[in-house]
Write a protein that binds this ligand. Structure first.
Ligand SMILES: [Ca+2]
Ligand SMILES: [Ca+2]
Length: 403
């Protein structure tokens, strides 16, 4: 679908409505748009309830975005029955066509929603903010940088002299001078995936640092750092960071000893959740700044070196998790110990009780046997005595008879 600008007036609008959808847990709206032409105006996306009252757009894009199809995505928190409306607005003349294709509406938030995706083609640089407490600023540029033997000759997005990137211009700056640029604040619910392309070319290139900083803006240690000349190529940086809460991402370029220390950035993408896809070079950062590098194989994908760093726990949260797991284990072994010793005591008690019972029964039986034996032997003695007396009486009687 497209809006044909020929024979229309300035600011004429064309609105396209979806049917009504039941949203039980928010909606994910995805589409592709094409906004090519010098006088391209605006594409708006609205979420509208069954009353059909149009409020403010949930997504908006203005001006020429070049001759490419670009994916659009937005998650909206709505509960009830909704329809989506796409609105194209014409500008001053016929070169303001807008195309729309592959619209998908899903119940629930978008799974891989990018907080930000910046190719630096728009002068607004995606609301990234220059630091004012540092030494100088990042510069938005297309084509080559002014100095030779340093900096890129074209951007990463289009690989043409028309595409734009950000870079630190080292000329007329001090050694170790820093330039910092901040993203807006993002609500991270679990992990954050940070992806970007960097270009670090020049004999005296110093350092590029990436930080994740909470809303206090207190800068800690970088979650990623790279130093020295990396050659005249754009390289993919990729890192998953455990973050729970609101955070900025901050890129810091540090100048080297002379003008050949240009560092450039392009195609920055910040996503909620861990990084997906190919991880070629992987670095695992374990707690207490102990670094162990594992699985270090490097593959060149087209002309980009793919590189990835996974931060397992540079944050309190992960450390807490580990502690919780450890204390769970401790509890478990304590429980087992307590219970096994209880069982043992119980067993010994029963054993003793049975022993005592057997002893009592045995001693009772013994006494009975002894008593019985005594009684029977005394009876026997008495019988023998009686028999002896009877015998003597009989003998006396016999003697008396014979005499
Ligand atoms: Ca600055
Ligand atoms: Ca670019």
């Amino acid at each position: 679908m497209y809006i044909k600008a020929t024979s229309r007036s300035t600011n004429d609008r064309a609105r396209l409505w979806t049917p009504l959808y039941p949203a039980t847990d928010g909606l994910c709206i995805e589409w592709f748009y094409h906004m090519y032409g010098d006088t391209v105006n605006t594409l708006n996306v609205y979420v509208v309830d069954s009353t059909s009252t149009v409020g403010t757009p949930v997504w908006t894009k203005t001006n020429n975005q070049r001759n490419v199809w670009i994916p659009g995505q937005v998650s909206v928190t709505v509960y009830g029955i909704y329809k989506i409306m796409f609105e194209g607005i014409r500008r001053s003349d016929y070169i303001s066509g807008i195309g729309l294709d592959d619209v998908t509406i899903t119940n629930g938030a978008c799974l891989t929603q990018a907080f930000a995706q910046c190719d630096f083609e728009d002068p607004s640089i995606c609301n990234f903010v220059q630091d004012t407490m540092d030494d100088f600023n990042w510069t938005r540029k297309s084509a080559s940088t002014p100095s030779s033997n340093t900096g890129p000759s074209f951007d990463h997005t289009y690989r043409t002299s028309q595409g734009h990137y950000l870079y630190i211009e080292a000329t007329s700056r001090n050694t170790n001078g820093t330039a910092r640029i901040w993203t807006p604040l993002y609500p991270a619910t679990n992990l954050v995936c940070i992806e970007w392309f960097y270009h670090m070319y020049g004999d005296t290139v110093n350092t590029l640092n990436v930080y994740v900083v909470d809303s206090t803006r207190i800068v800690g240690t970088p979650v990623w750092t790279k130093t020295n000349n990396q050659g005249n190529i754009w390289i993919l940086g990729k890192i998953s960071v455990a973050v729970f809460g609101i955070c900025h991402i901050m890129f810091e370029g540090i100048r080297g000893s002379n003008y050949t220390s240009g560092i450039a950035l392009d195609d920055i993408k910040i996503t909620n959740g861990a990084c997906l896809g190919q991880v070629v070079e992987s670095t695992t950062v374990v707690p207490t700044t102990q670094q162990s590098t594992t699985d270090k194989s490097t593959t060149v994908v087209s002309t980009n070196v793919v590189e990835s760093t996974t931060v397992v726990s540079t944050t309190q949260q992960s450390t807490t998790d580990t502690t919780q797991i450890q204390s769970e284990d401790t509890k478990k072994s304590e429980y087992l110990f307590k219970h096994s010793s209880k069982d043992l005591l119980f067993g010994v008690g029963i054993g003793i009780a049975i022993g005592i019972a057997i002893g009592i029964v045995a001693s009772f039986m013994c006494r009975r046997i002894i008593l019985w034996k005594r009684t029977s032997s005394s009876k026997k003695t008495e019988r023998t005595k009686t028999e002896t007396q009877a015998k003597a009486t009989r003998e006396n009687k016999d003697q008396a008879g014979s005499s």
